[in-house]
Design a protein. Structure first.
Length: 451
């Protein structure tokens, strides 16, 4: 990294950043309070509030959002007449899944092979630290040239919409000229990237009933309709022979324009087993950024251990449908529900219930903020030009902010490059990425203020 005061300041702050991220990762802040104590999330929120207060932020507050979680807000005034930038991250994390699968404990930051491991290191507690690093570096090298608002969400991973609803009820709170969402990631480590599109999503629960109760499979099997088999049939109808998503009436032929994702690199990033084919058609980028994709997240049925010889009376599944920009998530939900109901065989009784939803997002990459970010990224990653990529996941807050503040420019950056393995066991962050992206964010704020 070329020598400049901002880069030197960030480099000097990295030991402190590691200590702080260690403290923040130690909170098991999963916003599912049936599984994890609410006090863990509250502790993480207080940690961030204290950090903002220490940095001189005003109006620091723990916002009680409608879903029962807390978001952390703070305001740092800049020079008179300066632009306002909102910096976003979230401190809630995914459950650790199988803790036995972690090489080191998920809620204890551990350095190994040049990376820092722990749940939330990349997604997205590292984003909180990135924002702090950028602001500290600016202060150490001349001052923060814009007004800064920080919002750290407490339930992004749960998709329960607490901050979206709070923002809608308090529309003046997060007003800004530009919004930096620190919850995306580079296309690969070392390649500066902004995420220009996000797929939206819908979650639908489908229940199938065929009998008043389970029956002995020897006595009734062969004629009695099996609810689990009916569910399997309808779930199978959601994919074509090549694995492409096939929801009746849903367009699935869009093309991606931007950085391409080589198939071999994707196989490596996704850790696809040797000999196993990828699913779908078109380029990898088409499939994961520009087209809908369905995933069966879970099925309620008897486990293999302890199963009895029974014809099942009832079965249900949770289905996720990712929808690309240009497709309305509400319309996609209706199409998915209609498909499930129409494709259920044997006259089985079927019920569908939408339990979560978020719209897709497309950024305006021609805006002045993107020019300022491109210059900053190229300075932080010498010899590399900023790339535009999509992201298959959803950040519902983006659409809420775009709707509330249509004049605001929205940029998505972050630490979740493929090696980070977010949402999986052994999540990690590259400290080099944290350092460079903190430099990039600081330089962006300076460039944007001067533009």
């Amino acid at each position: 990294m070329s020598s400049n005061p901002v880069a030197e300041a960030v480099a000097s702050l990295m030991p402190r950043a590691k200590e702080e991220l260690t403290e923040l990762v130690a909170f098991a802040s999963v916003a599912d309070f049936d599984q994890f104590p609410k006090s863990e999330s509250e502790g993480a929120a207080r940690w961030i509030a204290d950090a903002l207060a220490t940095e001189g932020f005003q109006d620091v507050a723990l916002l009680d959002t409608p879903d029962g979680t807390q978001s952390v807000y703070g305001y740092l005034p800049g020079p008179e007449g300066a632009k306002t930038v909102l910096l976003y991250a979230h401190y809630d994390v995914q459950p650790p899944l199988d803790e036995a699968g972690w090489t080191t404990p998920p809620f204890r930051l551990t350095e190994r092979d040049g990376r820092w491991y722990g749940r939330g290191t990349a997604d997205c507690k590292g984003g909180v630290i990135m924002h702090l690093l950028a602001l500290r570096a600016l202060r150490a090298s001349g001052g923060v040239p814009v007004h800064v608002k920080v919002i750290a969400e407490g339930s992004e991973e749960q998709g329960t919409g607490g901050l979206e609803r709070y923002a809608e009820e308090h529309p003046d709170l997060l007003v800004a000229d530009t919004i930096v969402i620190g919850d995306a990631g580079n296309f690969r480590a070392g390649l500066p990237t902004v995420t220009s599109t996000l797929r939206g999503m819908t979650l639908v629960r489908v229940s199938v009933d065929t009998l008043e109760g389970n029956l002995h499979s020897g006595q009734f099997g062969g004629a009695a309709p099996d609810a689990l088999s009916a569910l399997i049939r309808v779930l199978d109808s959601l994919r074509a022979e090549d694995g492409s998503t096939t929801v009746d009436g849903l367009v699935a032929e869009n093309r991606w324009e931007g950085v391409e994702y080589p198939e071999e690199q994707f196989r490596k990033d996704a850790k696809v087993l040797d000999g196993v084919e990828l699913i779908g058609s078109g380029s990898v980028a088409d499939r994961i950024w520009a087209r809908p994709s369905v995933t069966v997240l879970g099925i309620d049925c008897p486990p293999v251990v302890g199963a009895t010889p029974s014809v099942q009376a009832s079965a249900r599944a949770l289905i996720s449908l990712r929808v690309p920009p240009g497709v309305d998530a509400v319309d996609a939900t209706k199409l998915l529900q209609a498909h499930l109901e129409a494709r259920t065989p044997w006259g089985a009784r079927v019920r569908t219930e939408q339990i979560g939803q978020g719209q897709a997002f497309r950024a305006d990459t021609s805006s002045p903020a993107y020019a300022a970010m491109a210059e900053a990224m190229e300075a932080a990653y010498p010899g590399q030009e900023m790339q535009y990529a999509g992201q298959g996941g959803s950040i519902p807050l983006c659409n809420t902010l775009a709707s509330l503040y249509p004049q605001a420019e929205i940029l998505l950056i972050g630490l979740s490059e493929p090696e980070a393995q977010i949402h999986a066991v052994n999540e990690s962050v590259s400290p080099d990425e944290l350092e460079r992206l903190s430099v990039a964010e600081a330089l962006f704020l300076r460039n944007y203020a001067a533009g």
